[in-house]
Write a protein that binds this ligand. Structure first.
Ligand SMILES: C[S@@+](CC[C@H](N)C(=O)[O-])C[C@H]1O[C@@H](n2cnc3c(N)ncnc32)[C@H](O)[C@@H]1O
Length: 294
């Protein structure tokens, strides 16, 4: 492997609402030693790629309801060079008319579908992913000065990071079929809205309902009973406090980088729920000092 390749860090190849980049240190510093990694709402996969860079992933299962996103992950994992070639063709340019043409297209080839997905993500307004009731992508043109596509180096590095990852397009509850004792599961679901209009939960055709939040809490408990380490991020609301009252809840401040309106940026409180207790000194631990569950 070349030095250049070693120096590139794996990181999200999409801009994704709710991306966890700024809370990563906080999330990672508290982790126990685990076997397989599971992320049922993977989105951009910020935590997965960061753990990979630190040498903490041996095997992973990544899941998301968004089929086009999972298709892009699969293509990057299996045939990154074909995707790189496709993205190099002069189809994917920063032009309003072309954007709407590509937005309206439905490529049959999965490589073309992945390229379209990445292009739309980088060109659409505020990096949003939003679909109409028929599943058609409906975000307007972003009008960015410059189109910034993921580099070939990044796609190759992400491909390498994904080599030991299984990719699942489906509901978060699918994790129950794969997670085993000693595995670590991180849930970063669409957050429970703080008020009816404040939060953006429309990533996929069906938005994430209160019933889904309750169902998620049941899946969390089931994984806990199996002996998995389980961690969840969500908003700091009474419902979330109630649903996870049997577990350890930490309140943290986080900046919201993207929301549905692209405004209201600022720091807000959110919860990190864990099913293991943080030792006082563990808050300061580095990864190399990870503790084992007894
Ligand atoms: C908050 S985002 C995850 C952000 C991610 N952690 C990151 O770093 O980019 C939530 C994700 O959940 C997915 N999702 C929504 N409903 C789902 C469901 N029922 N099952 C699985 N994934 C779902 C969305 O497609 C979206 O990618």
């Amino acid at each position: 492997m070349t030095k250049e390749f070693d120096m590139v860090l794996a990181k999200p190849f999409v801009k994704w609402a709710g991306g966890k980049t700024q809370l990563l240190d906080k999330l990672i510093s508290s982790l126990p030693k685990f076997r397989s990694y599971h992320e049922p709402f993977v989105g951009g996969g910020a935590l997965f790629f960061s753990l990979f860079n630190k040498g903490l992933i041996t095997e992973a299962h990544l899941y998301d309801y968004n089929q086009d996103l999972i298709n892009a992950y699969k293509i990057i994992k299996e045939i990154p060079t074909r995707l790189i070639e496709e993205l190099k063709s002069n189809i994917y340019v920063n032009n309003k008319e072309i954007y709407y043409k590509i937005r309206a297209s439905k490529p049959h080839l999965s490589v073309k579908n992945a390229a379209r997905f990445i292009y739309l993500n980088r060109t659409a307004y505020n990096g949003l992913y939003r679909v109409n009731s028929k599943g058609g992508f409906n975000v307007p043109f972003g009008n960015y000065k410059k189109l910034s596509m993921p580099s070939a180096g990044l796609l190759l590095k992400d491909s390498f990071a994904l080599k030991n990852a299984e990719l699942h397009a489906g509901d978060f509850a699918d994790v129950l079929s794969f997670a085993k004792k000693g595995d670590f599961v991180y849930f970063d679901p669409p957050y429970q809205p703080l008020s009816k209009t404040s939060s953006f939960t429309g990533y996929t055709k069906n938005s994430f309902t209160m019933e889904d939040q309750k169902r998620l809490a049941r899946v969390f408990s089931e994984l806990d009973r199996k002996g998995c380490y389980v961690m969840l991020s969500n908003s700091s609301t009474e419902l979330i406090r109630e649903l996870y009252s049997g577990y350890y809840i930490e309140e943290v401040l986080a900046a919201r980088a993207i929301n549905c309106k692209g405004n209201s940026r600022g720091k807000i409180k959110e919860f990190i729920v864990r099913n293991w207790k943080l030792q006082p000194q563990q808050k300061k631990l580095l990864n190399k000092e990870l503790v084992e569950r007894n």
